[in-house]
Design a protein around this ligand. Structure first.
Ligand SMILES: [Zn+2]
Length: 363
């Protein structure tokens, strides 16, 4: 079982019949923002959802339903020029055809849930990029809609899977248009309307070798662990991911033993560090440890700002081949050089200051 508890697909041609029921909810949101820039931004609501579009797929990625609704704007009464330009929908149309967000959201959530023989089929959300689930929950919180999502909330970021398969795992934000074009799909409807984009995302999903990457679920970071017992530890086919609770400061976070521990993701051994945690830019930290059974492991810590203040840590541990070890050593050398340069500078400055001081005393 992978982290979401979704059983792996059965191999071979008979897979269709034996696959357990899954409902993939491939959705897309369109949102508006303050047309007056930062000054006009409403706290807690940078992006107001104005359209929800989704298609529902079964376990064989066949479309079995669609959902599309406009939301009547309640926060920003003017459309941002970019939104107007790409969506081709006016404020008047949104006001007449849209329904209040809480209503649309409840309808959407009800549509996502299906029951079979009295049992709920848990939906698995899929989006292009990592923003939609977060913004959906932010809008829910603003409007006081109860958040029904499990915690941790795992989903498929199809953009990430696409990059993993075809873009050498690049971190670039590949536009959906490009993926549609590259996959050779026919783009008959315009982009940037929620239902169309959801359907394009679903088509890309059907087109790629989804089975080979289905273990790579993404984690939504809108709701973070509040206490140690809620901290998240996920194991993927070739790495592990740990998400800490929130800490007040970076120092406090980095001083936490669970944060700094290196554990082999394959055998759960506590590992001995060959290179202790170091940083080049104060944002990413690296270290190298060795498992006696599974070889060198590279640790990476990212320090992230929590929406409610403070910081949290995302730590990944991954097997390190020779190239990865080499890169790590280079990085550490770079850090050493920087530190030396800085020390030399401080030393020179102090020397200069001392000289100036003694010069002033003499004169
Ligand atoms: Zn091991």
């Amino acid at each position: 079982m992978n982290p979401a508890g979704i059983p792996a697909a059965a191999p071979g041609g008979s897979a269709e019949k034996t696959r357990p029921e899954i409902r993939y909810i491939v959705f897309d949101l369109e949102w508006n923002q303050s047309s007056g820039g930062r000054d006009g931004e409403v706290p807690g609501m940078p992006f107001e959802i104005i359209e929800i579009g989704a298609v529902k797929l079964d376990q064989n990625l066949r479309e079995i339903g669609e959902f599309t609704r406009f939301v009547r704007p309640a926060v920003y009464q003017k459309l941002h020029f970019k939104v107007l330009e790409i969506m081709q929908v006016g404020m008047e149309e949104l006001k007449t055809r849209g329904e209040p967000f809480p209503e649309v959201c409840r309808e959407f959530l009800e549509w996502c849930l299906e029951k079979k023989e009295g049992e709920e089929i848990q939906p698995v959300f899929c989006t292009w990029g990592s923003m939609d689930l977060t913004e959906l929950q932010r809008n829910m919180a603003y409007h006081g809609v109860e958040n029904p999502f499990p915690s941790p909330l795992l989903y498929y970021d199809i953009q990430k899977l696409y990059n993993l398969l075809y873009e050498n795992n690049s971190k670039n934000k590949l536009p959906l248009e490009r993926a549609v074009e590259e996959t050779g799909l026919q783009a008959t409807d315009p982009f940037h309307r929620a239902l169309d984009d959801a359907r394009y995302t679903a088509e890309v999903m059907e087109h790629i070798d989804f089975d080979s990457v289905r273990a790579y679920l993404s984690l939504d970071y809108y709701r973070l662990p509040e206490k140690r017992s809620e901290e998240i530890y996920l194991v993927f086919p070739n790495y592990s991911k740990y998400v800490s609770r929130c800490f007040e400061t970076r120092e406090e976070a980095l001083g936490d033993k669970t944060v700094s521990d290196m554990i082999c993701w394959r055998c759960n051994r506590m590992l001995h560090k060959k290179i202790r945690w170091f940083t080049v830019n104060q944002r990413n930290y690296y270290c190298l440890a060795v498992c006696p059974e599974h070889g060198p492991m590279r640790g990476k810590i990212r320090v992230r700002h929590a929406p409610a203040g403070g910081v949290y840590i995302v730590k990944t541990i991954k097997a390190a081949d020779d190239a990865a070890v080499e890169k790590l050593l280079e990085r550490r050398e770079e850090m050493g050089e920087r530190r030396k340069r800085k020390n030399r500078q401080t030393h020179l400055e102090e020397k200069r200051k001392r000289r100036r001081r003694s010069g002033a005393e003499e004169g």
